[in-house]
Every structure is written in structure tokens, then in C-alpha cells.
Write a protein that binds this ligand. Structure first.
Ligand code: MG
Length: 407
């Protein structure tokens, strides 16, 4: 790919994601930034989006003190040395941003390292902005102190009064403001400090910049960068996300030998039997087939490549960790497991009485609802190695939705 920018690294770009809002829908529940869209928390999607951008040096999230557990849960397992510790925000959005900027500044001073040169301030509730929008904001900051992504106002604007329209508001010269809004770090820090001193209440950071006399350049926003606020927005976001996914199906197959013992482990469930499955790990042939099906769907090798049977570390290992690792690989790609379908091939033990336990166990390991997990069993009419009771075979199919951009 030819790109002039690759030759010239950006300045130090820090992203502040503002997620300190307490907004919960009527009836309680999670604050919206911690709710999921298409299987992943909105905040996690927003963070991932910036971590994937090559020009971003660091991502920090400003959270409410009360939300630490939500934050940890939403971002669990995300590994990046560019994701810094969360910063505790304030009562209003404006306070949260200022505290975020002050924290970045203090950290730079106390560690003797240069502070951010550019800062992008982003609403956590906009998880689907296209990366090109970040490029446009950063490009505008090469020539000016502040950049704001905007969209045109298409609909005719009316002033409403007591349920009737009282006036048509001319829309010429009006635009809709989005985020991320970009700034030269020192300029916006200074502007926020001044706004706090004068107790100015504003609705976004561009307004802070405007009031400080900074020139705010406009760049094109995107409808995809919609802010998820209402229940309708959640539905719209689900549909938007679904359009961007590509469906992949992977298959897996595994066999383990039966030998001396008093039970087999299938799907993480111990089933009493007069034999046991033999293998380097716990020989859970069902979980091995499912793990390979998922790895197949994302084109990421197989279970033996990630957990070599030659490695003594995996001797006797419980196979749920292999499956959990494959599940993590899917979510690391921004994907979602839609369905798992398992068939166990054996004469004995009878699987039917344990089917529900297997479904529940597999669903729990994968973080899926039970209706997305199917468990079937068949004999092979006493034919072949399974028919003779020498071993148990399992085959599985995994249906996985992956972001099309990653394919
Ligand atoms: Mg195996």
C-alpha cells in the first residue's frame, strides 16, 4: 500500500474515550456504554477501533468511579501496551474530559516524558466510526489547532411549541457535530482550564475550543459514527453491524482411543463409563472437535498448533482452556460465534441422557446461550473403530460472523 504518511510517523496521539456517563435505560441495568451490540460491549468496540489505528500512540478511557467492575468486565482479556489505565472522571462530561487531560499532563510531568501532542476526544457510545474519519481529523490537525467531524442537516428544522410547529428554522450554515474531535493537546488543556475557571457549561469540546478563540476546522463525519442513545439506536446499531459481518463456517474432527478407566469427559462433562478416553490432555474429543471448528472458521490453524501435544505443559490439561482460547481469538478479531453443532460418534456410553448437560457446559465455556449450541450423537451400527468400542470420534461445525474488513 502506498501512503505518504507511512514515511512520516505521526506526532504522539492520545485518544481519550469518555465513558463516565451514568445513563441507564428506564428500569435500571447497565450504563449504555457497557451494554453489548452484536455480542460485544460498546466500550470494547470503541477501544478496539482506536487500538487498531496505526497512528494512535495510546488509548485511555475516562470512567465513573462506580463503574470499575463494568470497565474490567467490558475490556477483559484485551491485551495492548497502548491501552493505559482508566482515568476517573467527574460529574459532567466536561469535567471528565478536563480530568482526563489533566491526568495525561501530570503523568507526563512526573515521568519526565513528553505529553501528548495531539489528543482525540471521543464519545464511548460511537463504536462504529470508520477509520478514515480518524484520518481526516488527524490530517486537519497538521494545519490547525482543532478539528471537528460534521454531517449536513438534511431534514427541515422546526421549532416546536406545545405540540405544534411554530416556526421553520433555516438550516443554511448548520451542521451536526460528531466525535472524535481532535486538538493540539496544550491548546485544549488550557481552554478546558479556562472554561472551568469561568464555570462555562458546554456540550462538546469543540465549543470549549471555539470559546477559547481556537480555529476549529470542519471535516466530513459519517452516519456510521452515530451515537447510540435510545433503544432505537441499539436496534439500528445491530442492523448496521450485521451488514458488515461475513459468515464463516469451520469444521472440526477428532478421535481418541478408549482405555482403562471409569468415565469419559465429553464437552467438559464427566460421564460414568467402564472405560476412559486416552490422550495427552483430558482427551475431551468433543471439545477438541469444537475448538478446531472455531479455529477453522477464523483460519487460525488448529488445536495442535496452539497447544502442541509434545509440550508437557498440556499434559492432563482440562480442554475447556483450549476452547476458551479459540473463543478469545474470535472476539479479538471483533467476531461473534453464532452457532456450534456437535456430533459424537460412539456405541457407548449413551449420550442422550447427558445431552442437556453437555449443551449447558459448552455454552458456558463459550459465553453463548444454550440455544446456540447443538449436541447430537450417533452410533456407527457397530461398524469401524467406534462400532467396536475402540474409541470415540466427534465432529463439529462452527458458524462465526467476522467483520468483513478483516477478511
Ligand atoms: Mg484430541
Amino acid at each position: 500500500m502506498s501512503d505518504a504518511r507511512t514515511a512520516e510517523p505521526r506526532s504522539r496521539v492520545v485518544v481519550l474515550i469518555v465513558a463516565a456517563g451514568k445513563g441507564v435505560r428506564a428500569g435500571g441495568g447497565l450504563p449504555k456504554q457497557y451494554r453489548s451490540v452484536a455480542g460485544l460491549p460498546i466500550l470494547r468496540r470503541s477501544v478496539a477501533l482506536f487500538l487498531e489505528h496505526r497512528d494512535v500512540t495510546q488509548v485511555r478511557v475516562v470512567i465513573s468511579e462506580d463503574h470499575r467492575a463494568h470497565y474490567d468486565a467490558a475490556l477483559s482479556g484485551m491485551e495492548s501496551n497502548r491501552l493505559g489505565a482508566p482515568i476517573v472522571g467527574g460529574l459532567e462530561r466536561q469535567d471528565s474530559v478536563r480530568l482526563g487531560l489533566e491526568t495525561l499532563n501530570q503523568e507526563a510531568v512526573s515521568s519526565g516524558t513528553p505529553s501528548a501532542e495531539l489528543v482525540l476526544i471521543h464519545d464511548a457510545a460511537r463504536p462504529f466510526l470508520p477509520p478514515e474519519m480518524v484520518d481526516r481529523v488527524l490530517d486537519a490537525l497538521t494545519t490547525g489547532p482543532a478539528a471537528l467531524p460534521v454531517l449536513p442537516v438534511i431534514d427541515t428544522l422546526k421549532r416546536e411549541s406545545g405540540g405544534t410547529s411554530s416556526e421553520t428554522v433555516p438550516r443554511a450554515g448548520l451542521v451536526r457535530a460528531q466525535t472524535p474531535q481532535g486538538f493540539w493537546f496544550k491548546g485544549i488543556l488550557e481552554a478546558h482550564r479556562r472554561a472551568a475557571e469561568h464555570a462555562l457549561a458546554v456540550t462538546d469540546d469543540a465549543e470549549i475550543a471555539e470559546r477559547a478563540g481556537l480555529s476549529v476546522s470542519l471535516v466530513a463525519g459519517s452516519e456510521d459514527a452515530m451515537k447510540i442513545t435510545t433503544e432505537d439506536d441499539f436496534d439500528r446499531a445491530e442492523r448496521l453491524f450485521a451488514r458488515r459481518l461475513e459468515t464463516r463456517v469451520g469444521t472440526g474432527f477428532d478421535v481418541h482411543r478408549l482405555g482403562p478407566g471409569s468415565g469419559v469427559i465429553l464437552g467438559g462433562v464427566t460421564i460414568p463409563h467402564d472405560q476412559a478416553l486416552q490422550g495427552h490432555s483430558d482427551a475431551d474429543v468433543a471439545l477438541h472437535a469444537i475448538t478446531d471448528a472455531i479455529l477453522g472458521a477464523i483460519g487460525d490453524g488448529d488445536i495442535g498448533a496452539h497447544f502442541p501435544p509434545t509440550d508437557p505443559k498440556w499434559k492432563g490439561a482440562s480442554s475447556d482452556r483450549f476452547l476458551a482460547d479459540a473463543v478469545r481469538r474470535v472476539s479479538d478479531r471483533g467476531g461473534v460465534i453464532r452457532h456450534l453443532d456437535l456430533t459424537i460418534l460412539c456405541e457407548h456410553p449413551k449420550i442422550g441422557p447427558h445431552r442437556d448437560a453437555l449443551r449447558a457446559s459448552i455454552a458456558a465455556i463459550c459465553g453463548l446461550t444454550v440455544d446456540r449450541v447443538s449436541v447430537k450423537a450417533t452410533t456407527t451400527e457397530r461398524l469401524g473403530f467406534t462400532g467396536r468400542g475402540e474409541g470415540i470420534a466427534a465432529q463439529a461445525a462452527a458458524t462465526v460472523a467476522l467483520p468483513a474488513a478483516r477478511l
